[in-house]
Ligand binder design. Sequence first.
Ligand code: PGA
Length: 258
Amino acid sequence: MAMRPTIIAGNWKMHKTISEALTFINELMPLVDSASAEIYLAVPFTCLAAAAEEACEAENIEVGAQNMSDHEDGPWTGEVSGRMIKEAGADFVILGHSERRQHFNEGNGIVNQKLKLAYLSSLQPIVCVGETQKEHESGHAHEVVEKQMRESLAGISREDAASLILAYEPIWAIGTGKNATPEVAQAMHSFCREVLKKVWDAETAQKIPILYGGSAKPDNAVQLLGQADIDGLLVGGASLNAHVFSQIVNANVNNQVA
Ligand code: PGA
């Protein structure tokens, strides 16, 4: 029976300076040294190098970025390329987070371009999808998420897909304190896995971890992680405090592939 890893990813968003990042990592390491979950920390660009070096001591912590440019290099003032973040120590990159989609006009085409560049820079991508409250309430979640997935993931080989992580983050649950119930989240994750089958094939779809994001906290982590197709969590607010985040990391569950 093949297993998907359990991944607990923290997305710090625009929080923490270098010194704050180092304090966090030093607080976190002893709290999670026997955790079975893989820990991902998506940190601001400015603390990437320092955080990656500090986390080197911990075998179960990966450090990555929250975004990257959709260009390889060139006259793009203020942008940061995949190659730059890779050399700064990033193992992975979050792409298409709803805050990028909503506030920075990132459509599926841009996410797809970034995804191709992430593979070119040997960065493991975490591609985010999710519907708005209005789309959720009007019964369009499936349609919206399938379109986001098909367009964002277009043109990626099976070999590259094997290292992809997908994150389902309903926008109505992000930063609202109102998480999707485990049942609602599981139903969407199972739907996402069906779409992954259509994009590639059943074998590839079974290998791709699907993370849930949106008000994940210590008190809902165990139930969420207990669902068959929820392979981990993408945590915003609750990833900023090392003690709180460690409780989510230590919510000890194995996810098995049928
Ligand atoms: P939240 O954010 O945990 O604060 O809801 C999740 C995210 O935006 O990735």
